[in-house]
Ligand binder design. Structure first.
Ligand code: PMV
Length: 316
């Protein structure tokens, strides 16, 4: 049995602007992962896929070509014509909430590809993996910037800009990231399409929002690198306001962000595509419990906390 995994992620700064060529920052969540396992099967049985988190228990041959898992498997074998799909059982499990802005699609794809590379004893680099995951992300997102596949495959905090060499960074110090799910979701491709149309309709306004988002991203990352968490929190607040101005927040996300700040977080913002999905809040370890319980009382679900320092792996 071969097993491989990949982490979830959160975008700290810069979502949406990143689609249009501006810089954004994201960190992996090493302790919350998707895992794929591959075992051999009797020849007559064909290949079977089990993925309980999406209620899938099906033969590979019965899946539509556009199904992301079949697409991933087909992409792998198309790129490696010297190996063939033998009858196997693929089991996929994920701890990452689906469609919430935590990179569940990219992590599932990365774990499946990693297990296929290992099963066939083919060497691969994070870059090769990331490029393949990006191809599959196009099914989920239409025009993904590439930030999700990059952070999930390299498993390091990244400052990402389209078509630029990878830039990583590290965070030290005592601060906690609290993640709260709004409990509803809007497909990322919808909010991305909305922003693209707004850029056509109001180019000056939207371009100045993108520019301000990038500035906020860079000052926020600098603050995180120097453990200046109150400043990083302010950058998160500014970034959330800019995303509101862009039109991708909603009343539930705004309420959760306000709640986190009133509970003592240094800052908070929506994270990911918006109009649902998650918010992230940055706070001191002393405030962690109160911020979490306040978010829960305000309607947040699946509250998770993780140290933001990059040498930590635990998530609660
Ligand atoms: O919804 P998520 O977590 O996949 O994040 C999307 C981030 C966007 O910037 C809105 C889109 C993208 O492709 O970067």
């Amino acid at each position: 049995m071969i097993s491989a995994s990949a982490p979830g992620k959160v975008i700290l700064f810069g979502e949406h602007a990143v689609v249009h060529g501006y810089k954004a920052a994201a960190i992996p969540l090493p302790a919350i992962r998707a895992t794929s396992s591959i075992g051999n099967r009797y020849y007559s049985l064909g290949t079977h896929i089990v993925a309980p988190m999406i209620d899938l228990d099906a033969d590979y041959a019965d899946l539509a070509d556009s199904h992301p898992l079949k697409f991933t498997i087909d992409l792998f074998y198309a790129r490696h014509p010297h190996v063939a799909l033998s009858p196997i059982t693929i089991s996929i499990e994920s701890q990452i909430p689906i469609s919430s802005g935590m990179g569940s699609g990219a992590a599932v794809t990365a774990s499946l590809l990693r297990s296929l590379f290992q099963f066939h004893k083919i060497d691969f680099s994070p870059q090769i993996l990331s490029e393949l995951v990006h191809e599959v992300e196009k099914i989920h997102h239409g025009t993904p910037s590439g930030i999700d596949n990059t952070v999930v495959c390299f498993e390091q905090p990244v400052i990402f800009k389209k078509n630029q060499p990878l830039q990583t960074f590290s965070i030290t110090g005592e601060a906690i990231l609290v993640i709260a799910n709004s409990g509803h979701t809007t497909p990322t491709h919808e909010t991305v399409a909305y922003v693209r149309q707004k850029l056509v309709d109001q180019p000056q306004t939207v371009t100045s929002i993108f520019t301000a988002i990038e500035e906020t991203c860079l000052e926020g990352v600098q603050a995180l690198q120097s453990s200046n968490f109150p400043f990083a929190g302010m950058s998160m607040r500014k970034n959330h306001q800019l995303l509101r101005d862009l039109g991708v927040s909603d009343p539930v996300l705004d309420r959760l962000v306000d709640t986190a700040i009133k509970a003592g977080a240094w800052g908070a913002k929506l994270s990911g595509g918006g109009r649902g999905g998650i918010i992230i809040a940055l706070c001191s370890p002393e405030k962690e419990d109160f911020v979490g319980s306040s978010l829960e009382n305000a309607g947040g679900v699946q509250i998770m906390t993780t140290p933001i320092a990059t040498d930590h792996g635990s998530i609660n």
